[in-house]
Write a protein that binds this ligand. Structure first.
Ligand code: FPP
Length: 170
């Protein structure tokens, strides 16, 4: 994801622009290592790249840009790295709240947000409130946090099982 220096390619013709682009953030650590920098520097550039691409998507008419940024597995990383990622997330949310109206990009945070620190949950709520005020023309940049394939399957099975139990009682 830390792809800085890809420049600004010419916009493709409108009819060739997808409605939704989704990517997984990867390679931040390797990007930093190659340059003799700490992993946190790679994450900072990754977050900045997300913002750059989200703005570019809006400019060329892509309605939705989604990044899978922090999975359920990522909590197992060294505490120092998780803390640095949470700090970056805080910084990003504060900046998003200040700039998203002007940029015309509604920032949405998706995933199971339960285990996040309380102050981050508050920032997410504030970001969502601002995003809700943006008009029809705004593009959407979604950041998936604490997502996971296993988790989604588990939740889906629980929900289906719950519906079956509900039906059995009718
Ligand atoms: C993938 O690179 C990156 C992550 C798992 C974490 C990304 C999360 C953030 C930058 C924080 C919040 C996001 C935004 C956009 C504000 P990696 O560490 O797996 O890299 P590697 O494969 O080279 O080790």
């Amino acid at each position: 994801m830390a792809l800085f220096g890809f420049g600004k390619p010419a916009a493709p013709p409108a009819r060739q622009v997808p409605r939704h682009i989704a990517v997984t953030m990867d390679g931040n650590g390797r990007w930093a290592k190659k340059r003799g920098l700490p992993r946190s520097a790679g994450h900072a550039v990754g977050a900045e790249t997300f913002r750059t691409i989200a703005t570019y998507c809006k400019d060329i008419g892509v309605r939705y840009f989604t990044v899978y940024a922090f999975s359920t597995e990522n909590w197992k990383r060294p505490q120092e790295e998780v803390d640095a990622l949470m700090d970056l997330f805080r910084k990003y949310l504060r900046e998003a709240a200040e700039t998203m109206a002007a940029r015309g990009v509604a920032v949405r945070i998706l995933g199971d947000l339960t285990p996040l620190p309380e102050d981050i949950k508050t920032l997410i709520r504030e970001t969502a409130e601002i995003a809700d005020t943006l008009g029809e023309d705004a593009a959407t940049a979604s950041l998936c946090i604490n997502y996971g394939g296993r988790d989604e399957i588990k939740n889906a099975v629980r929900r289906i099982a719950g519906q079956e139990i509900g039906r059995a009682h009718v």
